[in-house]
Design a protein around this ligand. Structure first.
Ligand SMILES: [Mg+2]
Length: 136
């Protein structure tokens, strides 16, 4: 009988600690962007601010100026804008200068560009801070 009580007590302690851990994690996430500090937005490029009507070749990407304006508005509102693309992460080619030229040509306002291995290839993002460009 005593063993069962100890087991139940230990189980309840574990449940309580897990719950506390989740709450602490949530509060920790809030502290990353306290009021008054510049917020940082990582912004994808392909199929976010530019699209492809034919072959998906970076030099053939077509800017979407409505979407670029949404990001430029965030820049003007004080966000730190980091364009973040996996261009070159699979092929190993360096698309940084090419992409910088495109962003400049399209009138994109931003602070930083990360390319290649700085954003590895993936097929899905699961993130509590993610938004699609259509949601902005
Ligand atoms: Mg994309």
């Amino acid at each position: 009988m005593g063993t069962v009580v100890v087991f139940i007590f230990a189980y309840l302690v574990v449940i309580y600690l897990c719950k506390e851990g989740r709450e602490m994690e949530f509060h920790e996430a809030n502290r990353l962007t306290p009021e008054g500090e510049q917020k940082v937005a990582f912004v994808d490029i392909d199929e976010t601010i530019c699209f492809y009507s034919g072959k998906r070749r970076y030099d053939l990407s077509e800017p979407n100026y409505d979407n670029i304006a949404k990001i430029n508005d965030m820049f003007d509102e004080g966000w730190k804008i980091v364009y973040w693309t996996a261009r070159g992460s699979v092929s190993g080619k360096d698309y940084k200068q090419h992409t910088l030229n495109q962003l400049s040509e399209w009138g994109c306002k931003f602070h930083e560009l990360k390319t290649g291995d700085e954003k590895p290839h993936f097929d899905l993002v699961i993130d509590d801070k993610a938004k699609r460009i259509e949601e902005l």
